[in-house]
Design a protein around this ligand. Sequence first.
Ligand code: PHE
Length: 340
Amino acid sequence: MKEKLLAIEAALDSEIALVADNEGIEALRVKYLGKKGELTAILRSMGSLSAEERPVMGKLVNEVRASIEAKIGAKKEILAQEGLAKKLLDEAIDVTAPASIRTLGSRHPIAAVTEELENIFIGMGFDVADGPEVEYDYYNFEALNTPEGHPARDAQDTFYINSKVLLRSQTSTVQVRTMEKQKPPIRIISPGRVYRSDAVDATHSPMFHQMEGLVVDKGITMGDLKGTLELFAKTLFGEDTRIRFRPHHFPFTEPSAEVDISCFMCGGKGCSLCKKEGWIEILGAGMVHPNVLRGCGIDPEEYSGFAFGMGIERIVMKKYGITDMRLLYENDVRFLKQFN
Ligand code: PHE
């Protein structure tokens, strides 16, 4: 029995040397000291010993057990220290290494200008509304007093998903969507992407951005529209900016107008920016057509409203003197970096 005990300890010595991790050491502990372990088996067989032998062997078993426990404990300690050393090494920061340079991007001019426009109108008490880009024909045309066969549909030829669903060609869709779910007073703007089946050139893109505006309440007049747009133009382009209304036609407003601002480069004298006109066209506007109000369940005898819609790219281009719209979509960093 004594030889057996010494053999066990010798076996442990050679096994423990090979252990490299916590799982390994735990497996050894179970194998040698566990309930089904080798030492326990020997203890169990002690009953067969004589009364003289028993205390001697008992002492020896305890010594061997203590020795094995100590060896396993020591190995655990070594493993823990090795682990810590490795962790420290792995996580060490070389403070002498050159820092990696973090390149900061810049806001896209369309995003920056959109936010500027939003803030101007938020300051006047408008809320920002949103609408889907994939839209029903109903919201894009029908509810905007533009029934099938109306010539205004050709001017905004867009991309059809099927005969009833399309990519919206104007943010005016949000006028209808807002009036359907909200009763006056209504004061919203709605920036977003619109789509038209246009070929790409310096001033056209099949996708561009608009910002819609809509105000509906009792007693809203063309004077409110003019005042709102004048304040907007002065805030965006400077105190001296004037605005001009030219008669126009939109199916969903009556009367309708195209609105120009005096050129902020030359002050109206005529220069390359305004193409010698002195004026720059920036938006379409008008009084909400009674048919549109009625279609949204708003009584045109009780309420009136105005709406406007502007092309954001156009404003961005004029503001920064960009002459080719394609630059706004190519995402060339050399171009975008200039708007930091
Ligand atoms: N939706 C019109 C367009 O895209 C602009 C507009 C909006 C005109 C609101 C009047 C009122 O051309």
